[in-house]
Structure formats: structure tokens, C-alpha cells
Design a binder for this molecule. Structure first.
Ligand code: MTE
Length: 332
């Protein structure tokens, strides 16, 4: 996320971030080429991918969390999966710092046990789940999603979790519930940047109820066949693949059903830049940069071209109907 300096006192604009990712990637590419040769690097990617498809490859860093391959339409892209190293060291998690490398360095202090998630608001069956019980609420599935960040980079990540709809059915929303708010952990003792003025804590995100019910909306407990690394939002986060990455709240502690559109963290910080919907849309530019193309982390070496960003991040067949008749330039 890029922060604008203006009178509200947010810290430094990081307009060089996209460029610096390019340089970072070039260095990584050079190291890889030197270590194994181009063919070696390609083979490692292919082998890793095949193994993953068979459900056996995992980084071996954290406890295993297997998931059956999802049968949900559109839930498994066949594109090359991003290296675990990149997916777990190039993160946005502002509770642990604003630099992409900060979450991997600092999130070791996050305490994920015990952890409970309160589900309340306009529902018939409000409930507080211990994370262990929430995990077992439905069968774990593996989904391989394209993820597109508002800053202009993307990754392909194998997540483990189940459809948010499974949880929603259990709590039985009332007829007047129209939105679902996701409130995340904000503990200044374990999250060093909570208390800084970067954002109004806790980090809050929200969806319309029908968006949250779409089978692609994932409540994720892990990635790459293992439990979620802290820096990616342990122990439970949301993943909404047709929206810019910031809609996917990390380390959720409360899910609240409401009748009014909730104010969300980035919308509060800069309403003209980050709207409620935040659907990936190459036709609607961010006020300060184009959204027409993206850089895929892992393939943006010296001569790599940018990719064209797809409408709804390529999930139009699955989610386009949610926005039928809406002016997406106004509802950005
Ligand atoms: N959730 C919390 N609690 N705090 C954050 O700062 N950053 C968001 C989102 N969820 C954020 C968050 C942004 S801007 C992005 S792009 C994604 O998390 C990044 O997820 P990743 O690190 O797994 O790629």
C-alpha cells in the first residue's frame, strides 16, 4: 500500500516501492541464475509445481495443513505458483512495519494461541469459536489463487481453507444483514506498529454479504500445505481473489454482520484512493497510477514485460454478476 503524505499526518509516501521491488527481483534472479543456471531454476519451478499439484510439496517450515483440491469453479489456476520464499517475505502487514520485509522480520512476536474469533451482529446464532474449532468447521481445501495488490504486483498462492459461506451458514444472518465486517487483531504488546499513526487500528475490512457468500471468498488457515506463517495473517485471514490484496484482512478476531456499509481501514485513511469495493479493474486507475498492468513477483527479471491486469483479476465468470448494473467507476 502506498501512503500519501498529507495533512492527516500519515507517514512517508513510498512512491519508489514498485521500482524497488523490480531491483529486488533482479537481484534474486541473478542469484538464482548464478546458483543453478537458468535451466536449473526453471526445472525447480516445474518440479515444485508438479509436486504441489499432487499435494506433497510443502516448504517444511511450519506444521502441515493439507487440503483436498478444491472443486469450486475457478478456484485452482494452473499458472506457476510463486515461490514460498517470496510469498512469505514480501508482505504488507502494517501492524509489523511498513516495509515489505518487516512482517517476516517482526511478526514472530504475534501470539496465535490461544485465539478466538467472535462472530456476531445481525445473526441468529452468534458464537465465539476457539481457532481449533473454527479450523474444523468445514473440510480444508487447497485453492490456487491469483492475488493482485493495489500497488501493481501480483503473486499466485496456494491457500488452504474453506469458503467463508460455510461459516456464514452456521450463524444464520438475519434478513437485514447486508455487510460483513472483518476486524483484525490490534495488540500493541505483540504488534510493534499498532499505536503508530499509519492507520486507524484495528485494521478493518468488509464485504457485502453476497460477496462474502461467493464460494471463492476463502477463510484461510494456511498456505503451501502448511499453517499460515504469522506474516501472512496467522492464524486465520480472509482471501478475496478478485479484489485488491488489502481487502484480505489478516489475523481476524471478530466477524460482524451489519446493515450499514462499514468504514474500512484504507477507506478511512484515503477515501478518494481506496473505495469500499476495490475490485481489481484495469479500466479504473488509482488516482496516482494506472491499474492496467502488473508485475508478477518471480518473473520480473531484467527483460520481463509486465502482464495485463484482468477484469476482476480473471474471476469475472465467477463474480461479474455481483456487480451487474453498477457503475464501477463510481463504485471503485
Ligand atoms: N491485514 C492486516 N491486519 N494488516 C495489514 O496491513 N495489509 C493488506 C492485507 N491484509 C494488511 C492486511 C494488504 S495491503 C495486502 S496487499 C495483503 O494483506 C497482503 O497479504 P500477503 O502479505 O499475504 O501477500
Amino acid at each position: 500500500m502506498l501512503i500519501k503524505t498529507h495533512n492527516s499526518g500519515f507517514i512517508h509516501p513510498v512512491s519508489s516501492e514498485i521500482t524497488s521491488q523490480g531491483i529486488y527481483q533482479q537481484r534474486r534472479d541473478m542469484i538464482r541464475l548464478m546458483a543453478g543456471g537458468a535451466a536449473g531454476a526453471a526445472l525447480a519451478g516445474w518440479a515444485g509445481r508438479e509436486a504441489l499439484a499432487q499435494g506433497v510439496a510443502r516448504p517444511g517450515k511450519l506444521a502441515a495443513l493439507p487440503g483436498a483440491r478444491s472443486a469450486v469453479a475457478g478456484a485452482v489456476t494452473m499458472e506457476k505458483v510463486t515461490d514460498y520464499k517470496d510469498a512469505s517475505t514480501y508482505n504488507n502487514f502494517y501492524e509489523f512495519g511498513t516495509d515489505k520485509a518487516d512482517p517476516a522480520k517482526n511478526a514472530g512476536t504475534l501470539v496465535t494461541k490461544p485465539w478466538t474469533v467472535v462472530v456476531d451482529g445481525l445473526v441468529k446464532q452468534p458464537k465465539t469459536w476457539a481457532i481449533e474449532d473454527l479450523l474444523k468447521l468445514s473440510a480444508q481445501e487447497e485453492r490456487i489463487y491469483r492475488m493482485r495488490c493495489v500497488e501493481g504486483w501480483s503473486m499466485v498462492i496456494p491457500w488452504v481453507g474453506y469458503s467463508m459461506a460455510e461459516l456464514i451458514k452456521k450463524v444464520e444472518p438475519l434478513g437485514n444483514a447486508k455487510y460483513v465486517e472483518f476486524i483484525t487483531q490490534a495488540d500493541p504488546k505483540t504488534m510493534p506498529f499498532v499505536g503508530s499513526r499509519v492507520l486507524d487500528w484495528p485494521y478493518v475490512e468488509a464485504l457485502r454479504l453476497d460477496e462474502a457468500m461467493n464460494p471463492l471468498t476463502l477463510l484461510a488457515f494456511g498456505m503451501y500445505g502448511e499453517v499460515m506463517p504469522n506474516q501472512n495473517g496467522a492464524p486465520v485471514r480472509l482471501v478475496v481473489p478478485w479484489k485488491y490484496g488489502f481487502k484480505s484482512g489478516k489475523s481476524i478476531v471478530r466477524i460482524r454482520f451489519t446493515d450499514k456499509e462499514p468504514r474500512t481501514a484504507w477507506n478511512k485513511a484515503a477515501a478518494n484512493e481506496y473505495g469500499f469495493y476495490s475490485n481489481v479493474n484495469p479500466n479504473v486507475d488509482h488516482p496516482r497510477w494506472s491499474q492496467a498492468t502488473e508485475r508478477r513477483i518471480g518473473e520480473d527479471g531484467l527483460f520481463a514485460k509486465k502482464r495485463k491486469t484482468l477484469m476482476f483479476n480473471g474471476y469475472e465468470a465467477q463474480v461479474g454478476q455481483l456487480y451487474a448494473g453498477m457503475d464501477l467507476k463510481k463504485n471503485f
